[in-house]
Design a protein around this ligand. Structure first.
Ligand SMILES: [Zn+2]
Ligand SMILES: [Zn+2]
Length: 360
């Protein structure tokens, strides 16, 4: 029997009668992580890994949430569920389900390189593995995080020497905290956009060491000229940016790997940074499960399915509503149509990350 199937509401476990990352409200939801395409409001009850509790509550508000430690099993209708680190963002989990000796693992989103802000990815052996394939093309190969952070710090130091602020646009949940974690605090002050403050607070509350990063709206102009400022892509082109005057800007995204992406964004610098596994990472992770059957959920599904079939695996795809929170198409084009937030009054800048950003 298939332990997990695709239904209109989301991925469903028939014997356990629960859903994994449903995109429509359901009675029982198991959530892999707090990104907007995986964690949605409206379900009756939620089960998630304990380190992500603060993020889920910050994003979903009043929910009926039960948490599990990584590796802690519970049994629901005869199906044993346990959650295992996915290395994607704080609290991200792969969902292992076992029923009558059959084991399936739904990975959600995952990243194989440890990043210092969440529990590193752990492969879980299973008969059937459900994988993402956001960057499932051979061209995607990430440089080690230490080298990436050295590049970002060097860029910041150059800008600070020229008395101009360094603004890095990045997704508010996950990337912002990874960058914060790796910044060299000796270079200058670090600041952030208001949308990132509750997420940074949730990371700190979970015990992740992050440097101070006050809201940039409270900074003096002299401070800003030495500062590195983290902001969501939706802040680009808004009145919020005026306070920085003459400044340098950059995007941090896996899509910056694609030739032309940075130019189309119209930023000074593109840093190739992703919370998803690159092509070798996906291959390693899939091999480490020893699964004979693999379902691909989102990203380059056709290429990944074909590659897996060439490896002799039974490879299939699930149609899902998972997007990419870091999708290049969600980032504003240089000189293109303004983002919805661009019209928003400046007083909204302390509002939580909007749904618009959640899908960007
Ligand atoms: Zn995600
Ligand atoms: Zn996703």
């Amino acid at each position: 029997m298939d332990l997990i199937t695709a239904r209109p509401e989301g991925l469903y476990c028939p014997p356990g009668d629960f859903y994994i990352d449903p995109w429509r409200p359901v009675p029982r939801a198991v959530i892999t992580h707090a990104h907007g395409d995986h964690a949605r409001t409206g379900s009756g009850s939620y089960l998630a890994a304990a380190p992500g509790e603060g993020l889920l509550r910050s994003r979903l508000g009043e929910i009926h949430l039960r948490t599990l430690d990584y590796g802690e099993p519970i049994t629901v209708n005869g199906v044993t569920i346990s959650l295992h680190p996915a290395g994607h963002v704080l609290g991200s989990a792969q969902v292992r389900v076992e029923h009558r000796g059959e084991v399936w693992v739904a990975s959600g989103d995952y990243k194989t390189e440890a990043d210092g802000t969440c529990t590193p990815f752990e492969p879980v052996r299973c008969h059937t593995f459900i994988t993402e394939s956001t960057f499932g093309l051979p061209i995607y190969r990430w440089m080690p995080q230490a080298a990436l952070m050295a590049d970002i710090n060097a860029w910041w130091a150059d800008n600070a020497a020229l008395q101009r602020a360094s603004v890095v646009f990045c997704y508010s949940l996950g990337k912002a905290q990874r960058i914060l974690h790796g910044l060299d605090t000796a270079i200058g002050p670090i600041m952030c956009h208001g949308a990132m403050e509750p997420l940074n607070a949730a990371y700190r509350a979970a015990g992740v060491a992050l440097p101070e990063a006050p809201n940039a709206t409270r900074a003096e102009p002299a401070e800003l000229r030495q500062a590195l400022v983290l902001a969501p892509p939706s802040a680009r082109g808004t009145t919020w940016m005026r306070r920085f005057g003459e400044h340098a800007d950059a995007f941090a995204s896996g899509w910056m790997h694609v030739r032309g992406a940075r130019r189309r964004r119209g930023v000074d610098r593109g840093f190739v940074m992703s919370d998803h596994a690159d092509w070798p990472g996906l291959q390693e992770a899939i091999a480490a499960t020893a699964a004979e059957r693999v379902y691909v959920t989102h990203g380059s599904t056709a290429v990944m399915q074909r590659w897996l079939q060439e490896q002799g695996l039974d490879a299939r795809t699930f149609q899902t509503a998972y997007g990419d929170e870091d999708d290049e198409n969600g980032l504003p084009e240089a000189g293109g149509a303004p983002e919805r937030e661009a019209e928003a009054p400046e007083t909204t800048e302390d509002a939580p990350a909007s749904d618009r950003e959640a899908s960007a």
